[in-house]
Design a protein around this ligand. Structure first.
Ligand code: FEO
Length: 396
């Protein structure tokens, strides 16, 4: 598939992997995007694909350049979903020059033991292919320390690595103007919040660094190529990396026999009665945490609660709170509740997490013994009202 001029898409779709990074569900699959720049006498590949797709990948490359050689392999990102085919590419094209920065080559050696021709680039260095002039910008921690992006000054194409990527395989076309992109927006947020979510500050730094470029096309390593919807895509990444939330509340609860769920439902009903429209409820044992995290990245309010289990937090809630803490999220307003049968722990343990999370805590935590008491109904409504009042205070 041609992207623009002599720039081609040679990526592949993975529709069989169940869990990305063995962690995150892929209901719509995922694409590993690689691009080929064919300047006639000089050919460059930008990133590769997961090694298990090498045969089809090689076929795609040869359908464009036949038996001609590839001069350069530009390595924007070393995570193996993109670097996996480096070793085989090197076997098929032994004279190829690998292009990366110093940190790239530490990883090339560590992962693949590949030596040979290399071009080590620094911030702002250029590589001229004949027609295309490529310039390299380092964007560490978007998403690994070695990550860089490649800007094609000739066509205005940004080869952006994981930045601006999303889950979801490509169904036929790859450029946004040729496909229905509706399916990708929620998956972009879930991809960002699960994969890149911890690195908001580096993403902001990268957005500022790249802000001055005249970008006509964004070629990420996952999901569609963006042309028409570049402003929307940049806006999504900008808001997510600033941890900006919309008005709304995610209620995430862990329950075994329904009593703690009843407390969560009471809070939700009162939030609604108080005029909050966006209320998203998740049973932490039922919904995969990747979707809960994605919703927490979307909305400003968060209320969590669970039962006590073996004098500890309910395990599914412990796992969720640990994932939230691992993303260094900011700007969230949080309330919480818990329950127990004979020895209380949940409220205390969630309280300890609020100190780690550094979220703004609203209302008094509600603690329930065994089942909802008349007092618990009142306390649950008070907690909901405190959250609603705090959210409404931010209305312009
Ligand atoms: Fe798609 Fe960070 O690799």
């Amino acid at each position: 598939m041609k992207i623009k001029g002599n720039v081609h898409y040679v990526g592949v779709n993975d529709r069989t992997k169940a869990l990305f990074e063995s962690l995150w569900p892929l209901p719509n699959g995922v694409s590993y995007n690689s691009y080929l720049i064919d300047d006639g006498d000089t050919v460059a590949l930008v990133d590769t694909v997961d090694v298990s797709f090498f045969e089809v990948y090689l076929k795609k490359i040869r359908s464009i350049i036949g038996d001609r050689k590839i001069n350069y392999l530009i390595i924007n990102h070393m995570e193996p979903d993109h670097s996996g085919a480096i070793s085989l590419i090197k076997q098929y094209y032994p004279e190829i020059v690998l292009v990366g920065n110093k940190k790239t080559f530490d990883m090339v050696e560590g992962y693949y033991g590949v030596a040979g021709n290399r071009l080590v680039v620094n911030e702002g260095d250029a590589l001229n292919l004949g027609h295309h002039n490529l310039r390299f910008y380092l964007v560490p921690m978007v998403h690994w320390p070695e990550t860089m992006v490649t800007y094609d000054e000739t066509e205005g194409i940004l080869f952006s690595g994981d930045a601006f990527g999303c889950f979801g395989a490509l169904n036929g076309g790859c450029v946004d103007r040729n496909i229905n992109t509706d399916v990708y927006w929620d998956e972009m947020r879930r991809y960002y919040s699960n994969i890149v979510g911890k690195y908001g500050a580096p993403v902001q730094k990268a957005l500022k660094k790249l802000g001055g470029l005249n970008i006509t096309t964004i070629c990420p390593t996952h999901g569609p190529v963006w042309e028409e919807q570049i402003p929307k895509v940049i806006d999504i990444y900008d808001r997510l990396s600033r941890y900006e939330g919309e008005e709304g509340v995610v209620i995430a609860y862990g329950t075994m026999y329904g009593n703690t769920a009843e407390l969560a439902e009471t809070i939700a009903e009162e939030l609604s009665a108080q005029g909050i429209k966006n209320i998203i409820m998740h049973d932490v044992s039922h919904t995969h945490h990747s979707y809960i995290l994605s919703d927490i990245f979307k909305y400003k309010g968060l209320i969590v609660g669970c039962t006590t289990y073996n004098t500890q937090l309910y395990p599914s809630m412990e796992a969720l709170l640990s994932k939230i803490a691992g993303r260094d999220m900011k700007n969230r307003i949080m309330g919480y509740f818990g329950s127990f049968t004979w020895a209380s722990a949940a409220v205390k343990k969630i309280g300890e997490y609020t100190e780690k999370l550094k979220f703004e805590v609203v209302g008094d935590p509600v603690e329930m013994k065994q089942s909802m008491s008349a007092d618990n109904y009142v306390q649950a409504k008070e907690l909901a009202k405190a959250m609603a009042d705090r959210l409404k205070a931010d209305r312009k």
